[in-house]
Design a protein around this ligand. Structure first.
Ligand code: FAD
Length: 385
């Protein structure tokens, strides 16, 4: 599948790889060796400047805000190549993932979407509700009061929420005389009275997150993205984008791991023989290649379906599950073949091991997506084989 790319997409792939070698690698080599250390602002700015100059920054952005609006397949090509270089700077190359914010109009567009794209402000996506004994009785909800929504609830896992200037929050609006109810994606500014960060925490792969409490938070109804009642499809658009992105990231990371292990097992070993000459090692190495081949085949087939405009929610879910789980197995195998050094804190495989573990939860837990795939087939006759 990747080998039947059009000449334009092949050119794009070559361009991304040159960008990585010429711009990203030198910056990466200048970083602190600790993979968990924060990236200095000037380095982020430099990545952005160079990616803007090379035309990559706008690849994921809509054309009406100056982006190139590259389709899902082109984005998979870019993201896979970026993930394959396994640089901590790769995530700053493309512009922000807009998701539901694409629907921002009028004032909301000027105040939030445009400065976000210019890199002047930051946002975070607040979807997941708390679970466990202290979970509120009711998921985050809102009622209308004149031209405002009054929101109450909690959101438990908001990535980069600590540095966000505004949040895109999924709420359930009550139906009343003023209009219908239903799910809505709403922009809420960080400094709005009633909104507080109740917990700040880090996850094992190095991500930083917050928990939000919303206590009668007032936000203008004009901050609703799309219509009230469209929140779930809008949230699903955001998540669908994220899932295909994660599948591309997982697959790129598998390519990187296969490359690293190929070098390791074909290089000298203290036993005097190359590890790659041992049959047992070859079997494991072959499994890594087989999984990577299967994941890439699936990723590109799904990206083509999405690119064609066909409904492919189920295929995207299936691809996210397969690629993230296959990446887990491949990185695990890579750790085993490289040996104890791979577990030394700061080794790129140690960090990759943490990253792939989080991919099976973020963007939708594997089993929840499995339920979605089965439901799509049994109840809606959706999903290809
Ligand atoms: C690194 C990272 C970043 C994240 N970033 C964000 C973010 O920016 N914004 C955001 O809103 N959320 C974010 N999340 C949250 C993420 O979306 C959730 O963790 C995920 O959807 C799972 O929800 P949960 O953690 O509440 O687990 P739960 O829903 O409690 O599920 C726990 C487990 O129970 C099982 N389970 C649950 N329900 C069912 C069922 N019906 N049938 C069968 N099995 C079931 C599954 O095995 C599941 O894995 C992030 C998570 C991670 C790990």
């Amino acid at each position: 599948m990747p080998e039947s790319l059009t000449p334009e997409l092949l050119k794009l792939q070559t361009g991304v790889k040159s960008f990585i070698e010429e711009e990203l690698r030198p910056l990466d080599e200048g970083l602190d060796g600790d993979p968990y250390a924060p990236i200095p602002d000037q380095v982020r700015r430099r990545v952005r400047e160079t990616s803007e100059a090379s035309g990559l920054y706008g690849a994921s952005l809509p054309s009406d805000v100056g982006g190139l609006e590259s389709g899902p397949l082109a984005l998979v090509v870019i993201r896979e190549a970026l993930a394959e270089c396994n640089s901590r700077l790769a995530r700053f190359v493309l512009g922000p993932r807009l998701g539901a914010l694409r629907a921002a109009r009028g004032e909301a567009r000027k105040r939030f979407l445009e400065p976000l794209i210019r890199g002047e402000i930051a946002t975070a996506f607040a979807f997941t509700e708390p679970s466990g004994t202290d979970a509120p009785q009711r998921p985050t909800w809102a009622n209308r009061d004149g031209e405002e929504l009054v929101i109450t609830g909690r959101k438990s896992y908001v990535t980069n929420g600590g540095s966000a200037d505004f949040f895109t929050v999924l709420v359930n609006v009550d139906e009343d005389d003023a209009g219908p109810g239903g799910a809505a994606m709403v922009i809420v500014e960080k400094d709005t009275p009633g909104l507080s960060i109740t917990r700040t925490f880090a996850s094992m792969e190095g991500g930083s997150h917050v928990e939000l409490a919303l206590e009668k938070v007032r936000t203008p109804i004009s901050n609703v993205l799309g219509e009230i009642g469209q929140g779930m499809p809008r949230a699903m658009d955001t998540i669908g984008e994220e899932r295909l992105e994660q599948a591309a990231n997982a697959t790129g990371l598998m390519l990187w791991a296969v490359g690293l292990v190929t070098q390791h097992i074909t290089g000298p070993h203290r036993s005097g023989r190359r590890l790659g000459d041992l049959e047992g090692v070859r079997m494991r190495y072959a499994d890594m290649r087989i999984e990577t081949y299967a994941a890439r085949s699936m990723l590109y087939r799904t990206a083509r379906l999405v690119d064609s405009g066909d409904a492919a929610i189920n295929e995207v879910m299936a691809t996210k599950v397969f690629c993230s789980e296959a990446a887990g197995r491949v990185i695990d195998q890579a750790v085993q073949l490289v040996g104890g050094q791979a577990l030394v804190v700061g080794h790129p495989l140690e960090h990759a091991y943490r990253r792939v573990r989080s991919m099976r939860l973020s963007g939708g837990a594997s089993d929840i997506l499995r339920l979605g795939v089965a439901r799509g087939a049994i109840e809606f006759e959706a999903g290809r084989l």
